[in-house]
Structures are given as C-alpha cells and as structure tokens.
Write a protein that binds this ligand. Structure first.
Ligand code: NDP
Ligand code: GDR
Length: 371
C-alpha cells in the first residue's frame, strides 16, 4: 500500500523540497494550498500532474490553517499516514506587524490539526511533524543550542511557535499521538522566499553585478545564523517520522556565520571583493576588486548600506545548533556546507536576472518588487 502524506505549506520552500522527496519515495502526496488572487504554486509546478490522470500521486486541496472545518474534512478524506505541518506565516519581522494572525495560523493552526486527528479517531494511524524553529531559543541562554536548552522567544512568530511546540508535546503525552517537533535552524536554497536575508542578498548581488540594481540595503549585519540547505533539512523531517518512538530533534549544521560574512561570500561568487567600513547604521560595503570579465564595477563603489527599517524591535543575535542527537539517533548528516549553498543560490539568481536583463535590453519594462 502506498503511504499517504498531507503537507500544509506545500507551496513554500520546504513544502516543495519535501514533496519531491516523498514522491521519490513512492508516497501519494496531498497538499493544502491557499486561495490567492495570483497563482501561488510556482515552486511545485514542475511536479504538477493532470488531475485527470489515473495514477494521481500529487493532489492539492484548497484550505487554510485558520479553518478547522476545512482541515477536518481534508484529513477525513485523505486519511494520511503522515502530516507535515509546514504552513505558517514564517517571516519574523512581519510577525511584529501581524501578531494576531501569526498566533492564529502558527500557534492555533497546529492545535487544529492535532484536534482533527483526535476528532477523527486517527491517533494510532496518523503521525504528525511540527515545523518548530530555532527562533524558540531567542535571547541567548546557552550555546550551542540543543533539545534541552531553555526557550526565550523574541517575536510574535516565535511565541506562536512556542505554543505549537508545547501543544505538540502535550498531545503526544496525553493521547499517544506520534507527534514530533523538528527544531530546525535556518535553512535556505534557491527556492527561499525573496524577503529572507540570504535570498535578498543573493538576488541583490546578482542584480548589482548585472547593473540592474545599485545598492543592497540590509538591517542587522551582526546577526549570526546557523545556515543549512533546505534539501538536507527535509530529509530530517522525513526521518523524524520514521522512528520507533516519537521524539523532538534539533536540526542544524553546528556552524554559525554573520550576515556580513554571507554578503561577502555572495559577492565573491561573482568575482567581486567587498570591504565594510563604518559602524552601526553608518556601516557600508565598498567594492575593492572586480575580477569577473562580464561585470564592471569600479573600485570604491558603495554596494551595501544599512537601513534601520529592517531592524527588529527585539532581535535574535546568535543561533548555533547542536545536531548531536539527530546525527546519532536519526543518522542524519547534512550534505551541503555554507560555501556550496551560497554558490548554488548566487548561480540561480544570476541565471534568473540574466533573463531579466535580456528582456530589459529588448525594451521590456522590468517590474519593481518591494522587499
Ligand atoms: P515559507 O514561508 O516558504 O512557506 C510557508 C508556507 O505556509 C507557504 O506554503 C504558505 O502559503 C503557507 N501558509 C502561510 N499561512 C498559511 C495559512 N494560514 N494556512 C495554510 N498555509 C499557510 O516557509 P518555509 O518553507 O521556509 O518554512 C516551512 C515551515 O518551517 C514554516 O512553518 C516555518 O515557520 C518553519 N521553519 C522554517 C525555517 C527556515 O529556515 N526555512 C526554520 C525553522 C522553521 P503561500 O505560499 O500561499 O504563502
Ligand atoms: P530569521 O530569518 O528571522 O532568522 O527567520 P531572516 O533571513 O529573515 O533573518 C536572519 C537575520 O538576518 C538579519 N537581517 C535581515 N533579515 C531580513 N529578512 N532582511 C534584511 O534586510 C536583513 N538584514 C539583516 C535579521 O535581523 C536576522 O537576524 C527564518 C525564518 O525562516 C523563520 O520562519 C525560521 O523559523 C527561522 O529562520 C529559523
């Protein structure tokens, strides 16, 4: 019998990679997508199957984590063996603007799924993975952060995810549901949303190199993150649901890097060396050398500046995970390092903007997009 998985957040970065992985393992994959006024399935369109095909392996359902009746109906219809709850308002800065919605989708949304399992009597059949986050650690209590490090959330997003974390643990203990938290540290890819810092940087670098943008404005350049590749991290999600006993796991690389260093590495990928000068809001990045034959940037050109509008009311300064448990118990090991990740992301954005540049050179108007 084919296993069935239901993925919330299937249209997101992780949803797309996880769908590919589960399809490759022979699963029938069901996903919940939100109605939107524009197409929002860009990341999974390559996996699209004509709904008239007989052997339907990828099925999308309209739904929302804020709608219990919808979730109950979909779960009743699908009868999934595994649910991966990846759906969330996942942007930390935006959660300060939409705190109530974030609590509803990211916190109560998890409760709605767990209750659906209970209401439908699926406690013994359906396993559930909760997309927990290193943001739970927030204000540094100890490093590296492991499964036993205390939480101190620093944003409405992290507080909502803290509720989701504990309600997952509680339903496991109270009702015997196979329910687990993956406490995942930041993971990126060419599919990363454009407003998260790594993708904003790789897009900015590609556009600056191709003279489509002059400057990259960023917030806190000192923040330190433990960045991995989303492809590696969806493997861990899958493994977490394949164990004998349901448990919670930290998924991280164990290496931390400042935002400033990520910027430097991304520019280096297009042959541009930059140097930072100044402090705080006055810090700027200047070109010191441009070695790429196709990109012409003069020495001394200011390409990075700080804009305080990207600062957060409360910041998470340092994240560095301890993946010992996932390595020993799950046998999980990341295949990518940061250098490989940066290389892949910059190459993908250079390719993307080469197409844009071609259009511009042919007289087409290029759209502005707001970050
Ligand atoms: P994305 O922002 O790329 O994707 C989020 C997904 O959730 C999208 O499919 C989005 O739909 C969907 N969604 C948003 N709100 C709702 C809602 N109310 N009901 C149903 N679906 C909704 O996130 P990632 O793929 O990067 O992350 C996946 C999960 O993992 C998230 O829960 C995130 O918080 C968590 N996480 C991510 C980490 C990371 O570094 N990437 C690290 C740790 C945890 P739409 O496409 O329509 O917007
Ligand atoms: P984060 O990711 O908040 O860690 O949440 P993000 O990439 O948004 O920020 C990382 C760090 O970079 C600093 N920063 C900027 N961030 C953004 N977005 N834009 C900027 O211009 C900028 N300049 C500096 C931030 O202040 C921060 O310190 C991500 C999300 O995927 C969450 O859903 C997930 O739970 C965590 O990772 C783990």
């Amino acid at each position: 019998m084919k296993k069935k998985a239901l993925i919330t957040g299937i249209t997101g970065q992780d949803g797309a990679y996880l769908t590919e992985l589960l399809l490759s393992k022979g699963y029938e994959v069901h996903g919940i997508k939100r109605r939107s006024s524009l197409f929002n399935t860009d990341r999974i369109d390559h996996l699209y199957q004509d709904p008239h095909d007989e052997d339907q392996r990828l099925v999308l359902h309209y739904g929302d984590l804020s709608d219990s009746t919808n979730l109950i109906r979909i779960i009743q219809q699908v009868q999934p063996d595994e649910i991966y709850n990846l759906g969330a308002m996942s942007h930390v800065k935006v959660s300060f603007d939409t705190p109530e919605y974030t609590a509803n989708a990211d916190g109560i949304g998890t409760l709605r799924l767990l209750e659906a399992i209970r209401i439908l009597g699926l406690e013994k059949k359906t396993k559930i993975y909760q997309a927990s986050t290193s943001e739970l650690y927030g204000l540094v209590q100890a490093v590296p952060q492991s499964e036993t490090t205390p939480f101190y959330p620093r944003s409405p997003y992290a507080v909502a995810k803290m509720y989701a974390y504990w309600i997952t643990v509680n339903y496991r203990e109270a009702y015997g549901i196979y329910a687990c938290n993956g406490i995942l540290f930041n993971h990126e890819s060419p599919l990363r949303g454009e407003t998260f810092v790594t993708r904003k940087i790789t897009r900015g670098v590609a556009k600056i190199a191709m003279s489509l943008q002059e400057k990259l404005y960023l917030g806190n350049l000192d923040a330190q993150r433990d960045w991995g590749h989303a492809k590696d991290y969806v493997e861990a999600m899958y493994l977490i649901l394949q164990q004998e006993v349901p448990e919670d796991y930290v998924i991280a690389t164990g290496v931390t890097t400042r935002v400033r260093e990520f910027v430097r590495m991304a520019f280096a990928e297009v042959g541009i060396t930059i140097e930072f000068k100044g402090e705080g809001v006055d810090e700027k990045g200047y070109v010191t050398h441009c070695a790429h034959p196709d990109f012409q940037l003069e020495e001394g050109t200011e390409v990075v500046a700080v804009d305080p509008k990207y600062f957060r009311p409360t910041e998470v300064e340092l994240l560095i995970g301890d993946p010992t448990k996932s390595k020993t118990k799950l046998g999980w090991e990341p295949k990518y390092d940061l250098q490989g990740l940066v290389k892949e992301m910059v190459a993908a954005d250079v390719e993307l903007f080469q197409r844009e540049k071609l259009l511009k050179n042919s007289g087409y108007q290029i759209k502005n997009q707001y970050e």
